[in-house]
Design a protein around this ligand. Sequence first.
Ligand code: ADE
Length: 220
Amino acid sequence: MKIDILTLFPEMITGFLNESIIKRAQEQGKVTINLLNFREFSHLNNQQVDDTPYGGGAGMVLRCEPIVEALESVKDEDSLVILLSPQGKTYNQKMANDFTNYKHLILICGHYEGFDERILEYADLELSIGDYVLTGGEAAAVVVTDSVVRLLDNVINEDSKDNDSFTEGLLDYPTYTKPRDFRGSLVPDVLLSGNHQNITKWRHEQQVKKTQEKRPDLLK
Ligand code: ADE
């Protein structure tokens, strides 16, 4: 897979790309991730990328031409173009799974008051990571990149994806490690029993119980 991230602040993202599982996935050739600063595509003096809104109002609006020209420099017939904005469809695990079917994702990060609305004509999808407003799309691009790359084949242990939260519409089951007794709080006996049928049954019951308690909306 290839991921191109169009941003005015690539350094907000580089640290994230150069650590841990996402770094390894790139080294192993599972994904190629490029950061493209669309300021380089500005036609204006001082490489300006924004301007005041028509009709007045607070803040600055991102202009079409630097973003669209940056997009055109990387887009091909395999690309899925995703515009990150708080007005988009709310991201979830199913969408992360769907995105793994594409060879090329392009993530466009906004900043300031938002985009010129006409940029939407160049995107396949407007996507929000939740009902809150960020200073820009960079944190959202990191969220999408991370959640998609970990699902690519052999990036993480394949078994550990099966019981991910949300995969079957349920939260993950509780896990424990040593010591068995931490300040009087004990690991459930069933996990020490060695009976794998009972363990599987218990884990599923726990998934349902946890989901009922914490996220009843997922069971509807
Ligand atoms: N940009 C600003 N807020 C955002 C959000 N919630 N999701 C995606 N992009 C954003």
